[in-house]
Design a protein around this ligand. Structure first.
Ligand SMILES: [Zn+2]
Length: 103
């Protein structure tokens, strides 16, 4: 009888000794914060979304918030103040709440 042990798809080690998730959690940080542009217009900035998923994340955010948005300088910029809602949407997309920092 063979005992099945979970193996990490990233490093190939058994999951109980693998540290990939821990490393990922420590390095990956998503920052959500608000700033103002000219004429005092608020914009919400989201930094730290993986390059591979940033396009679909931006699309989802724009749809759910019904606002304009763009991706430049490695961050998402959304028109208006949506810090709380952006966090909720990212959690809904499966991002770890420990990865998300809001200010
Ligand atoms: Zn691993």
């Amino acid at each position: 009888m063979v005992e099945r042990i979970g193996v990490c798809p990233t490093c190939g080690l058994p999951t109980d000794i693998c540290t990939c998730k821990i490393i990922e959690r420590e390095t990956a940080k998503i920052k959500i914060y608000m700033t103002t542009r000219k004429f005092g217009k608020p914009v919400t900035l989201v930094e730290g979304i993986d390059e591979n998923s940033v396009k679909s994340v931006l699309k989802t955010l724009k749809q759910k918030l019904a606002c304009g948005g763009s991706y430049k300088d490695k961050r998402i910029e959304l028109q208006g103040n949506h810090v709380k809602k952006v966090k909720e949407i990212l959690l809904g997309l499966g991002f770890d709440k420990n990865m998300i920092e809001e200010s």
